[in-house]
Design a protein around this ligand. Structure first.
Ligand code: ADP
Ligand code: MG
Length: 634
């Protein structure tokens, strides 16, 4: 071919960095270069078919849609051609000189450093083309766009620092050809058996013919259209791996064929692992949408709500028009019905799995619940969503034992109309929370929430099957007191005498005086068993931890005002009473009260500055050591 004035361009810094990583770190699995180039060819063919279906005028319209692979064993070259959409000069500079997603190279280098399996990830980051430089020391791309009158162009690079672009004088047919000159270590890829094996392994389900030496070597059948009975587990697994680049088989597949009222097939997968390891890949989800076996859109994001984005797969319908545009999909009634039905399929499947295979469900929950929990905003499917939620609870032995709301309800006491919950960082921390003491005493189950998002679920949905959600610090004690105790009564402190009661009331007043505006009220606690004091939410406000989340969201540093509850039977409190009777203004009382208040704040996570607290503790310890030595006569 003759060519005009070649112009040299430098790769963008990010591309250089990426190429460097690819060439030096990833050669363990070099064969994936072929998967990436074939996938690009297939994308280009999909795009062309899409344009054609919507009536766009196309150059060389009669060319068959296919991918051809040739090789020359002696010259150490491989050639991959497609009759797809092609590229103009501007497009080639845009697509193959820069990296679409910023940060991709950084991300990859991080993974390589961590020795993660980058081969699975490379294709997902819009950097697949560059993988060819793992096997090539020179790559030539010639391309002609489907657009009328576009010039044929040639792009060439050794993958080091720069590339050259020239317009070809000579015309070529629509599509793209990639000529690869293999590097020394990769020469053995120019071999029929080798190429065939790699194509079978990674590209078997590409929906256009892949011809090697004029022989079609991929299975073009759309397996989601096949009857379930004709498919083996292995075929599902193979298709799943092709679709997701996952190296492991999926946890489960869901294969459904619906005929009426709308015809569609869906083949969905729940991966074993949540692959979005660093939350970097939030946009990389969605189902592939086909119309009559023709791919309309990769990763359509409207077939499933975002909280089910861990589901991978394809949906194919006879009842959508082939020329439907991606922009108008959402307004299409048939599409909306399909989307609702697909969402239902997933939710029903999960429900069945939770009943029939609780262990598998547990695995699913561990891996995907982080996303799934975001479904609290899906009001349309609220009941189904709620049935699938799982939490740890006070009735369970370990932190990873789970319960559903329905199981909780089976265990509630007669007359109990609330589902109680408490939030905390860990099971150990929650177990020490004073608010739980009364629940433990009465044997009332409390759900343990460890994840901040749980709070959002419980505050945006207020009930389940006539049971109201109540945070333990908002619980109405009248509803709890009535139940019999299940724990052996602790040795009861002696009843206060009439006279002591009067003093106690005055002491409460004194405590309120000490704490002032910091609390709304000071009163005797009905809920405490072992702790001297705690803070309680005034009725109907948010739960303590929700309040804290909202404070963070609103960047609000104010400490919410709460009720300060005192355990009148606690030894410390009884001693305070004695001191109070002697001298109601004794400084020791003030120190202890402020200390108890700040300890409670500390437990709720509000104490911003611990200095004064630590100082006070030190001085109290000093006093107590003094008394201790006196009592012990040391
Ligand atoms: P991705 O495929 O994820 O976008 P790649 O690095 O594999 O990332 O490809 C970059 C871009 O180059 C593609 O998005 C596409 O626009 C263009 N491209 C690559 N190969 C071809 C091809 N055979 N035909 C047309 N365009 C192509
Ligand atoms: Mg690609």
């Amino acid at each position: 071919m003759t060519e005009e004035k070649a112009t040299q361009y430098e790769f963008k810094a990010e591309v250089k960095q990426l190429l460097n990583i690819l060439v030096h770190s990833l050669y363990t699995n070099r064969e994936i270069f072929l998967r990436e180039l074939i996938s690009n060819a297939s994308d280009a063919l999909d795009k062309l078919r899409f344009e054609s279906n919507r009536g766009t005028e196309i150059a060389n319209n009669d060319l068959p849609l296919e991918i051809k692979i040739d090789f020359d064993k002696d010259a150490h070259t491989i050639k991959i051609s497609d009759t797809g959409i092609g590229m103009t000069k501007e497009e080639i500079i845009e697509n193959i000189g820069t990296i679409a997603k910023s940060g991709s190279a950084d991300f990859l280098s991080q993974i390589v450093e961590n020795k993660e399996d980058a081969n699975n990830i490379i294709g997902k980051f819009g950097v697949g083309f560059y993988s060819v430089f793992m096997v090539a020391d020179k790559v030539t791309v010639t391309s002609k766009s489907y657009k009328k009158d576009a010039a044929a162009i040639k792009w060439e690079s050794d993958g080091l620092g720069s590339y050259e672009i020239a317009e070809l004088d000579e015309d070529m047919q629509r599509g793209t050809t990639i000529d690869i000159h293999l590097n020394k270590e990769s020469e053995d890829y120019a071999d029929k058996f080798r190429l065939q094996q790699v194509i079978k392994k990674h590209s078997n389900f590409i929906s256009f013919p892949i011809k090697l030496d004029n022989e079609i070597i991929n299975t073009i059948a759309a397996i989601w259209r096949e009857p379930k009975s004709s498919l083996k587990e292995e075929q599902y697994n193979e298709f799943y791996k092709f679709l997701t680049y996952d190296t492991e088989p999926p946890l489960k597949h869901i294969h459904v064929a619906i005929d009426a009222p709308i015809q569609f097939n869906s083949l969905l997968f729940i991966p074993k692992k949540n692959t979005d390891m660093f939350g970097m890949n939030r946009d990389d989800y969605g189902l592939d949408l086909y119309v009559r076996r023709v791919l309309i859109q990769h990763k359509n994001k409207d077939l499933l709500p975002e909280y089910l984005s861990f589901v991978k797969g394809v949906v194919d319908s006879e009842d959508l028009p082939l020329n439907i545009s991606r922009e108008t999909l959402q307004e299409n009634l048939v599409f909306t019905k399909i989307a609702n039905s697909v969402t239902n399929q997933v939710l029903s499947f999960l429900k069945k799995m939770s009943k029939d295979e609780p262990d598998v469900y547990k695995e699913f929950w561990k891996e995907h619940s982080k996303y799934f929990k975001l479904g609290y905003t899906d009001f349309q499917n609220k009941d189904k969503y709620m049935e699938l939620l799982r939490f740890n609870s006070s009735t369970k032995e370990n932190a990873d034992d789970l319960t559903s709301f329905d199981e909780y309800i089976e265990r509630v006491k007669d007359d109990q109309k609330e589902i109680y919950y408490i939030s905390g960082n860990s099971r150990d921390a929650i177990n020490l929370d004073p608010h739980l003491e009364i629940f433990r005493k009465k044997g009332i189950e409390v759900l343990y929430l460890y994840d901040p998002i749980d709070e959002f679920i419980f505050s945006s949905i207020s009930d389940y099957k006539e049971y109201n959600f109540k945070s333990v610090d908002q619980a109405d004690l009248k509803k709890i007191e009535k139940f019999d105790s299940v724990e052996e009564e602790k040795e009861k402190a002696e009843e206060l005498t009439k006279d002591e009661k009067l003093h106690f009331d005055s002491m409460l007043e004194r405590i309120k005086e000490i704490l002032g505006d910091k609390v709304t009220e000071v009163k005797i606690s009905e809920r405490l068993q072992n702790s001297p004091a705690c803070l309680v939410n005034p009725d109907d406000s948010m739960s303590a931890s929700m309040q804290k989340i909202m404070n963070i969201v609103n960047k609000d540093n104010q400490i919410p005002k709460k009720i300060f509850e005192i355990n009148k039977d606690h030894k410390l409190v009884r001693n305070l009473l004695k001191i109070f009777k002697e001298d109601s203004k004794d400084e020791y009382i003030e120190n202890v009260v402020v200390q108890l208040y700040e300890s409670a704040l500390l437990l709720e996570g509000y104490l911003a500055d611990p200095h004064r607290l630590v100082n006070r503790i030190n001085s109290l310890l000093e006093d107590s050591s003094e008394w201790y030595t006196t009592v012990k006569k040391i």
